[in-house]
Write a protein that binds this ligand. Structure first.
Ligand code: SOE
Length: 371
C-alpha cells in the first residue's frame, strides 16, 4: 500500500479483516507499506499491520513479494504509480477520484486494458458501492422494482471547511487534489448515481463556489485556495432521466452526509449514510391506501455481503465497505474477471467532473459528457 493516512488506515482495516470474515480464494498478505517519512511510515506499518515499510514507491513496486499495489495517496501521484505498477505486472487498487485530469485517467485506462490481457486487475476505490443497502438498491433497480427511472437526487455534504480559519492542506490545492468537494465527494455520488441507475450521464449544468479564498499556512502566512468548496449540478441520463447533485465541504452540521434517492415509474428507493443499514422503498404498484415508503433493514443473510457477517439486526458500518472492497478485489484477481468499478468507470466519472467544471466556467451552460 502507498500512503497511510485516513484512506490508508481504512484500506488496512479492509485487508486485515476480509480473509477473516469471507472465505477467500487467495489470502491477502500485508507485506509492505510505503510513505516518504521513514519514522512515520514505520510507525504506521506497526499500527496498521504491515510487515515492512518502504520510503520510495518504486522500491515497493519492485518487491517480489508485492503482487497488488493499493494506492492511497493524493490524486497527483495516482497516474504515475498506477501505470508503473501495472507495467511492472502488479494488480492495482486506486483510491478515488481515479486521477486529477481526464488525460491522466485515459493513460491509466490504457495501462489497465493492456494489463488485463496479462491477467492483471485494476480497480478504483468507490467504496460506497459496497454498502450492503446500496448494493441491494442496485439489485432492486436491475430487477425492475422501481421501473423506468425518472429521477436521481444525490447530496454528499461535509463541514470541515465551514470555519474560515481551518488550515490550508493538499486537498485545497488544485495541483495536488485536482478539484475540491467536486472530486473528493462529488465523485462518489456521480459514481453511485450512474452505478445504481445502470446508465451514464450524457451532460451536466453546474455552478461551483469557493467561499474562503485564502487559508492559514503552518508557517503563519496565508495560502490561496485553488479548488471549489461546493458544487451543484444537474444532469441528464441517456434514457432521459434527470439527476441533481449537491456536494459541499462547508455545510455546517453535515459531517459525512451522503444521501441518494431514485424515483421510477413503479417506485422509489432512498438511502442515507447516517442510517446505512437501512434502505427505504416505496412500491408505486401497491394500493394507494396502503402504499408508502417502508424501511428495509438490510441485515438479512440474503442481502449483499451479509451472509458472512453477524445474525440479522446486528448491523455494519463505514469500515465494512473497505472489507467488502478487499473481498471483491481478491475474488476478481482469483477469477480474472474484469473488476467493478474498473479504471474505465473511473475515467467516465472523471469526464463528468471535467464537464461540471467546464459548465460552471461557462455560467452553467449545458455541457456534454463525452462517451
Ligand atoms: C474527505 O473529505 C473524505 O475522506 C473523502 O476523501 C472520502 O472519499 C470520503 O469517503 C470521506 O471523506
Amino acid at each position: 500500500m502507498v500512503g497511510y493516512a485516513f484512506m490508508g488506515a481504512a484500506h488496512s482495516q479492509g485487508w486485515r479483516t476480509a480473509g477473516r470474515v469471507f472465505d477467500l480464494p487467495l489470502r491477502p498478505a500485508m507485506n509492505a507499506v510505503c510513505g516518504r517519512d521513514a519514522t512515520a511510515v514505520r510507525a504506521a506499518a506497526r499500527k496498521l499491520g504491515w510487515a515492512a515499510a518502504e520510503t520510495d514507491w518504486r522500491q515497493l513496486i519492485a518487491r517480489d513479494d508485492v503482487q497488488l499495489v493499493d494506492i492511497c495517496t493524493p490524486g497527483d501521484s495516482h497516474a504515475e504509480i498506477a501505470v508503473a505498477a501495472l507495467e511492472a505486472g502488479k494488480h492495482v487498487l486506486c483510491e478515488k477520484p481515479l486521477a486529477n485530469s481526464v488525460a491522466e485517467a485515459q493513460a491509466m485506462v490504457r495501462a489497465a486494458e493492456a494489463a488485463l490481457t496479462r491477467g492483471q486487475i485494476a480497480m478504483v476505490g468507490f467504496n460506497y458501492r459496497r454498502t450492503p443497502a446500496l448494493a441491494l438498491a442496485r439489485r432492486m433497480v436491475a430487477a425492475g422494482r422501481i421501473g423506468t427511472l425518472r429521477h436521481v437526487r444525490a447530496t454528499y455534504l461535509q463541514d470541515w471547511l465551514v470555519d474560515p480559519t481551518a488550515p490550508m492542506g493538499w486537498r485545497l490545492r488544485r495541483e495536488h487534489a485536482g478539484s475540491g468537494a467536486l472530486g473528493d465527494l462529488g465523485a462518489h455520488i456521480v459514481d453511485l448515481a450512474q452505478h445504481l441507475a445502470g446508465e451514464r450521464l450524457t451532460g451536466v449544468s453546474a455552478v461551483t463556489a469557493t467561499f474562503v479564498a485564502e487559508r492559514p499556512l503552518s508557517d503563519g502566512g496565508r495560502g490561496r485556495v485553488t479548488v471549489d468548496d461546493a458544487a451543484l449540478f444537474t444532469g441528464r441520463f441517456a434514457s432521459g432521466a434527470l439527476a441533481s447533485f449537491e456536494t459541499s465541504r462547508a455545510a455546517a452540521g453535515r459531517k459525512n452526509s451522503l444521501r441518494i434517492e431514485l424515483n421510477g415509474e413503479r417506485g422509489s428507493l432512498a438511502f442515507d449514510l447516517e442510517r446505512l443499514n437501512e434502505l427505504s422503498f416505496h412500491d408505486q404498484t401497491e394500493p394507494a391506501d396502503a402504499a408508502g415508503f417502508r424501511r428495509i433493514l438490510v441485515t438479512e443473510p440474503d442481502h449483499p455481503y451479509l451472509k458472512a457477517w453477524w445474525p440479522p439486526g446486528h448491523g455494519l458500518g463505514y469500515e465494512h465497505t473497505f472489507v467488502h472492497q478487499a473481498r471483491d478485489l481478491v475474488q476478481a484477481i482469483a477469477t480474472g474477471a474484469p473488476p467493478e468499478p474498473s479504471f474505465a468507470d473511473g475515467l467516465q466519472v472523471q469526464r463528468v467532473l471535467a464537464a461540471v467544471e467546464e459548465s460552471a466556467a461557462k455560467n452553467s451552460v449545458h455541457t456534454p459528457v463525452p462517451a
